[in-house]
Design a binder for this molecule. Structure first.
Ligand code: C5P
Length: 246
């Protein structure tokens, strides 16, 4: 069990919509719920930084999930723009390596008052061991399983300057044991009875919370529900029932 988790697991709602008005419907319905809104590629491509600024203007907590992965200078400048937008957190790919992540951390340190959390994406939750071993074999000549790659990446990540990591619930156990204070965001969450769709490594909200997730990301189970607000409320209730062992 986690050693240092002192607060309940946060719920991050993935606003994966092709239009701002669709996303705003959810934001308005959820205005009094304690959730964080995640803006990813689809919505950012459709509605752009203006949408992110609109959420911040409405005093929403925003997680900008654009998974930066580029040369260090480019990622450092993108990280600075994310902080100027006043988002609470944003993502980079850990496979971008030390120079890229350290450059982003240095850029963030320039405006400490605005500094968002920088989260490192380890291995996407849509990968299973078979698909991941194809990728690692193609790159290195050796097949690695997901757990080994996540462990290796997370170990470096903490030294490189990220504030937390994005991982699947299946890797939470060993991450919590080795890095009890690391902020962990867990996608691939499926409430009981929900199909996994393209997610390969899934767990229920309560299971991920019991394993010590700092926050869970839920997209389609909420956005495609007949009553999204009720689904979010049910998940918040499920999370609140999980005991915290601080
Ligand atoms: O609809 P679903 O609940 O599967 O949405 C999961 C969200 O989390 C998506 O926006 C996806 O981009 C994001 N995500 C993920 N796996 C990661 C990182 C982010 O599924 N490793």
């Amino acid at each position: 069990m986690p050693m240092n988790r002192t607060h309940q697991t946060d719920l991050i709602v993935a606003l994966d919509f092709p239009r701002a008005d669709k996303a705003l419907e959810i934001v308005e319905k959820f205005s009094d719920l304690p959730v964080i809104f995640k803006v990813g590629f689809e919505l950012f491509m459709a509605a752009g930084p203006e949408f992110v600024r609109e959420l911040v203007h409405r005093k929403c907590r925003v997680f900008l999930d654009l998974k930066f992965h580029d040369i260090p200078n480019t990622v450092a400048k993108a990280a600075l723009q994310a902080s100027l937008m006043h988002v609470e957190m944003f993502t980079v790919h850990l496979s971008g390596g030390s120079a890229m992540i350290k450059a982003a951390a240095t850029a963030l340190a320039e405006i400490p008052a605005l500094r968002p959390k920088m989260l490192g994406v380890s291995v996407l939750t849509s990968f299973d061991d078979v698909c991941w071993s194809q990728v690692t074999k193609a790159i290195t000549g050796h097949a690695s399983d997901v757990a080994d790659s996540v462990a290796g990446l997370v170990e470096h990540a903490t030294a490189w300057g990220v504030d937390g990591v994005v991982c699947s619930a299946l890797e939470l156990g060993f991450i919590r044991e080795q890095f009890p204070n690391l902020y962990t965001i867990v996608p691939g969450i499926r409430p009981e009875g929900f199909e996994a769709s393209d997610q390969a490594r899934v767990m229920t909200p309560a299971e991920a919370a019991a394993l010590g997730a700092s926050a869970i990301v839920v997209g389609r189970p909420i956005t495609e529900a007949s009553d999204p607000r009720k689904m979010a409320e049910d998940i918040l209730k499920e999370l609140s029932l999980v005991k915290i062992s601080a």
